[in-house]
Design a protein around this ligand. Structure first.
Ligand code: HEM
Length: 406
């Protein structure tokens, strides 16, 4: 148990210790300084499950947003990126609270258990299609050949894009990525070009859905537009947000989850013997190596965090990955236990901004890994050490994941 009266210590995130084992580093921070200061990021860091859960529910902690990346550019550069800025300002989570509730209520019409059931057979088909393509080779890069295209195909389906345009969606997704990280000006300008191209594409598709509604999210948006609930610009901007919210994240869960299984051959054997363990295995993958390792918040008023008063206008990083390994909540937090019960991980957030796609991501990962293990009894890692890339401000994602399957 760490101490609320501990002083707020400063930590350097660019050290070999952090790069080598971010989880061990976060255990140390949690014990030494439950509220920490990150000078390189001009923000605080929370690591305890209780503090992060409280922050996620606190209305004085607003969802910190992607516009932060634009704010560090020169005024001229910011001017050039004004169209991207205007679109991002319409994304749910980046709007004023009343608009956030409006978008959330609208999207809840679409993100239902029935939608997840409807997409399940498509997810199975996509997974088989992707595996069929690599089967003759007996090897693949899971990131490139399965984990990335699968959720992109699902989002293409969700948006109502024709099959022939699926690859285009993946290209846009790659281009727009710097908006979510520490992209430089040239990358952000390229991201803006792709974002505007995707807007034009979706505008044409939206025109069709007004006349011929289907069971896709664009049709839901167009029905809401007719009711005066959203504008076309808001609908289009939030379709781009959905691509982001649902693509990289789900892809990383599938790939990271597979590495966890390879690292724990006993658990992999248990899962092969009893595929009914898949739902709890997916929860444990989310806990041990969830894709959204750290999310951000801004304080709109002074807030008490881990025994300290943080003034208004401060940036606070919530290390969900540290909360998920807090020994006060999880027994043997560093053990990957696919039978873990009452797994209260925070990988989908909590409260106001709780992930709308959580059930969809769970289903995609469950179906994909089930089919992969079933079709590939000899599945084995084709690497010595996984090709991790560091994430900002802390954490990692896989660049590639070569495997063989006999
Ligand atoms: C493993 C996959 C995923 C993970 C780990 C994940 C994680 C998260 C997290 C942590 C948040 C909360 C952010 C915050 O509090 O600031 C969030 C929000 C959100 N997610 Fe996901 N997500 C995943 C997949 C998806 C999918 C597949 C979709 C939809 C296609 C989706 C749509 C959303 C949306 C729309 C929000 C914003 C909700 C709001 O502002 O009310 N996510 N996600």
């Amino acid at each position: 148990m760490s101490d609320d009266t501990a002083p707020v210590r400063e930590y350097d995130l660019f050290t070999p210790e952090v790069m080598a084992d971010p989880n061990a580093f976060l255990h140390r921070v949690r014990a030494e300084s439950p509220l920490a200061w990150l000078p390189q990021f001009d923000g605080y860091l929370l690591t305890r499950h209780a503090d992060i859960s409280a922050a996620l529910r606190d209305k004085r902690m607003e969802s910190a947003n992607m516009l932060r990346g634009l704010q560090r550019l020169t005024p001229e550069q910011q001017e050039e990126l004004a169209p991207a800025r205007r679109a991002i300002e319409m994304w749910m989570g980046h709007t004023v609270p009343a608009d956030h509730v409006r978008f959330q209520q609208l999207l809840k019409r679409y993100f239902t258990p029935a939608m997840v059931d409807r997409l399940r057979p498509r997810v199975r088909e996509f997974t088989h299609e992707l595996l069929d393509a690599v089967a003759p080779k007996g090897q693949m890069d899971v990131v490139r050949d399965l984990a990335y295209p699968l959720p992109a195909n699902v989002i293409a389906e969700l948006l109502g894009m024709p099959v022939s345009d699926r690859e285009q969606l993946q290209a846009w997704s790659r281009d727009i990525l710097p908006v979510f990280g520490q992209g430089d000006f040239a990358q952000l300008r390229h991201a803006q070009d792709s974002m505007l191209e995707m807007h034009d594409y979706l505008r044409a598709l939206a025109a069709d859905r007004r006349r011929n509604p289907r069971e896709d999210v664009l049709s839901t948006f167009m029905a809401a537009e007719a009711e005066g609930i959203v504008t076309e610009d808001e609908a289009i901007a939030n379709c781009v947000l959905l691509l982001f919210a649902g693509h990289e994240t789900t892809a990383n869960l599938i790939a990271n989850g597979l590495v966890l299984l390879f690292d724990n051959p006993g658990r992999l054997a248990e899962l092969r013997a009893n595929p009914d363990l898949m739902p709890s295995a997916v929860e444990e993958m989310l806990r041990c190596d969830g894709p959204a390792g750290v999310i951000g918040r801004f304080t709109t008023e002074p807030v008490e965090l881990a025994g300290h008063t943080v003034p208004a206008g401060k940036y606070v990083f919530l290390a969900l990955m540290a909360a998920n390994r807090d020994p006060d909540v999880f027994a043997d937090p560093d053990t990957f236990d696919i039978t873990r019960q009452r797994n209260r991980h925070l990988s989908f957030g909590m409260g106001t901004y709780y992930c709308l796609g959580a059930a969809l991501a769970r289903m995609e990962t469950d179906e994909c890994l089930r089919i992969l293990l079933d079709r590939c009894p000899d599945l084995a890692p084709g690497y010595e050490t996984p090709a991790w890339l560091p994430s900002v401000p802390i954490g990692h994602r896989l660049e590639s994941l070569p495997v063989t399957f006999g």
